[in-house]
Design a protein around this ligand. Structure first.
Ligand code: SAH
Length: 213
């Protein structure tokens, strides 16, 4: 199966039916072939709206959830974005179509390397992928206009709140790892942080330190 016109139409239809209606987000998702980020036995299911296993026991998120999170982030073409949880690199690739510059971090070196290889093969040049514990953000490049977490924390990590620009937006799942989590949006104002609860979600937990590989 390839990401041909008919497959794209179905893929976009499924996204719209789940509430992904932002035209810029849909266009970005049309430009990124999810099959490039799903390897091995599951590659033929890349266009289905479901999470799939990737290396290191992690998962590539469900496309409609990727769409809803990207939409909630309200990315503009001038933005510098930090993503915590590179995983396959799929979400970062979509952000790269909408933002000026994307920094993406994962605790698994192996996932970061695999994602870099795809970005290079696809000529995506505005993403920097690196290995670290993303809970601490990336002080050298702070502040960020937008921050997206694709792993669930119990609370928004303090360093990430601090690295969000005034006027900036952070979207993240919060909650206990095996309970229902909520996707929340944090907007930083001059005077403090505003929190909106968006919907129930389920993500892998944000873990401390580096992964074993
Ligand atoms: N955005 C990814 C899906 C990520 S799955 C995609 O589009 O495919 C969540 C990822 O978060 C996993 O790869 C996991 O290793 C990573 N992760 C968990 N805790 C982390 C931490 N503290 N710092 C960086 N990455 C973390």
């Amino acid at each position: 199966m390839t990401f041909d016109a008919a497959t794209k139409m179905q893929f976009l239809f499924a996204l719209r039916s789940k509430g992904v209606t932002d035209a810029r987000v849909l266009t970005a998702m049309e430009q990124v072939d999810r099959a490039d980020y799903v390897k091995g036995t599951f590659a033929d299911r890349a266009y289905e709206d479901m999470p799939l296993p990737i290396a290191c026991g992690q998962t590539i998120s469900q496309p409609s959830v990727v769409g809803l999170m990207t939409q909630a982030l309200q990315v503009t073409a001038r933005d510098k974005v930090l993503e915590v949880g590179t995983g396959s690199g799929y979400q970062a690739a979509i952000l790269s179509k909408l933002a000026r510059r994307v920094y993406t971090v994962d605790r698994y070196r192996r996932l970061v390397q695999a994602a870099r290889d795809v970005f290079e093969a696809k000529d995506i040049t505005n993403i920097t992928a690196f290995t670290a514990d993303g809970s601490y953000g990336f002080a050298e490049q702070a502040p960020f206009d937008r921050i997206l977490l694709t792993a669930a924390a119990e609370d928004p990590p303090g360093p990430l709140l601090a690295q969000l620009r005034v006027g900036g937006i952070m979207v993240l799942p919060v909650g206990q790892s095996d309970a229902v989590q909520s996707l929340i949006r944090v907007t930083r104002h001059e005077t403090g942080y505003e929190y909106d609860e968006l919907r129930a979600v389920r993500f892998v937990p944000l873990l401390e330190g580096l992964g074993p590989e």
